[in-house]
Design a protein around this ligand. Structure first.
Ligand SMILES: Cc1ncc(COP(=O)(O)O)c(C=O)c1O
Length: 407
């Protein structure tokens, strides 16, 4: 199935599209924050609680073993989805934020060590590293130019013998920029530096292979890719995870305990302390099956088409300032902008009021980058597999009216 036909059949999978507010359908363009859910994932969650629920890894009884297997298999699905070697490299966390905190706090960085991130990072890939300043770890920023692209040529000059980590967002949730992670990964590897990728906005939207990127860690969230909230992933290279201390201690992450101490469980369970988010973990696997069936290549192509379409329309509008690269090939399926003379929240409020167009307004957890551009916030429209050109046309029509009346 291709193009419009595929899109039509995908839309039938999402019950929220039947919902109306003020008698009108919803145009959901806040997919960067979180995506809507297909029926198959919702059903899986219900079925798990109705028919398969028990705590995992502890019961000898059949039901517990069944639940354990269903939860564990979701790790295998994620591993396959991103080209990891197996479940031992897939840790389930709560979200991207927790995954990045886990890395930052478990790498055992010391006074004098240096970490490089970019100026366009989401707070989730900034604050965990900033928190290490208390330990004497130094944080450096790779510059972002006026087109919203990193200045890769400057990376070598930031690297010293003390650089231990480079951590970088794959696709910016504010600028939409897709960063050249393969190139950054190569530079990191040549210098013996750990390479961390924030894949919160790339893994849900494009085919990803961790071997190709050559990253040591990759973080992402299920809720941004048709899965439930409360489940995130930290992919880590097995050799590194084996030598890393767990971030949390307690039940399920141990092998042996006595009054003197403990030994840890095998990977990935060593990093999944306490009762896991069992049902959501299982349902995430179902969401992965759903996306894989459609094909990440198809999803990516569809979003690129929408990005090109919306950018061309926005670029024709007077009084609209767009952030990030203007070349659609350099970005993912989102666009952040401001209407000159208007507050971002006002634009978002009017779009909602007039046509249930759900866009995000504010700093999108990228406050330093907004400050660098001299703005308090922006409006962000972001797309996913169920969005259409028709929806974008409605959005552009209303935005045009807003610009003409208020801008
Ligand atoms: C690039 C990026 N990194 C990290 C996050 C944090 O994700 P979560 O809130 O699921 O932890 C987001 C969320 O929008 C994001 O866009």
């Amino acid at each position: 199935m291709r193009g419009e036909k595929m899109n039509e059949s995908i839309r039938k999978d999402f019950p929220f599209l039947k919902r109306k507010i003020r008698g009108k359908p919803i145009i959901y363009f806040d997919n960067t924050a979180s995506t809507q859910k297909p029926q198959v994932m919702i059903d899986a969650l219900k079925d798990f609680y109705e028919n398969h629920y028990a705590n995992i890894h502890r019961g000898i009884y059949t039901l517990s073993q069944e639940a354990s297997e269903m939860y564990e298999k979701a790790h295998d699905k994620v591993a396959k989805f991103i080209g990891a070697r197996g479940r031992e490299e897939i840790i389930f966390t709560r979200n991207t934020t927790e995954s990045l905190n886990l890395v930052a706090h478990s790498l055992n960085l010391k006074k004098g060590d240096e970490v490089i991130i970019t100026e366009m990072e989401h707070h989730s890939n900034m604050i965990p590293w900033m928190m290490l300043k208390d330990k004497g770890v130094k944080l450096k920023f790779l510059e972002v130019d006026k087109n919203g692209e990193i200045v890769l040529d400057k990376l070598p000059s930031l690297i010293t013998k003390n650089t231990k980590v480079i951590s970088c967002v794959h696709m910016s949730n504010f600028l939409g920029t897709i960063n050249p992670v393969e190139k950054i990964g190569k530079i990191a590897k040549e210098n013996g530096i750990i390479f961390v990728v924030d894949g919160a906005q790339s893994v849900p939207h494009m085919p990803i292979n961790v071997k190709k990127i050559n990253c040591d860690f990759l973080a992402f969230s299920a809720h941004k890719m048709c899965g439930p909230t409360g489940i995130g992933v930290l992919y880590g290279k097995k050799e590194i995870l084996e030598n890393m201390k767990p971030f949390l201690g307690g039940g399920d992450m141990i092998n042996e305990v006595d009054y003197e101490g403990y030994t840890t469980h095998t990977l990935p369970w060593k990093f999944e302390a306490g009762t896991a988010n069992i049902a959501d973990g299982y349902a995430f696997g179902v969401a992965i099956d759903y996306l894989s069936k459609i094909g990440m290549d198809n999803i990516w192509k569809h979003e690129q088409k929408l990005t090109k379409f919306v950018l061309e329309k926005l670029m024709q509008m007077k009084n609209v300032e767009i952030y990030g690269p203007l070349d659609w090939k350099k970005r993912g399926g989102l666009v952040s902008f401001n209407v000159k003379g208007m507050e971002a929240h006002d634009v978002a409020g009017i779009l909602d009021n007039r046509a249930n167009i759900c866009v995000r307004s504010g700093h999108h957890c990228a406050m330093p980058m907004h400050k660098k551009l001299g703005v308090n916030g922006s409006v962000r429209a972001s797309f996913y597999l169920y969005n259409t050109e028709k929806e974008i046309e409605v959005f552009i029509k209303h935005l045009n009216e807003i610009v003409n009346v208020f801008g």
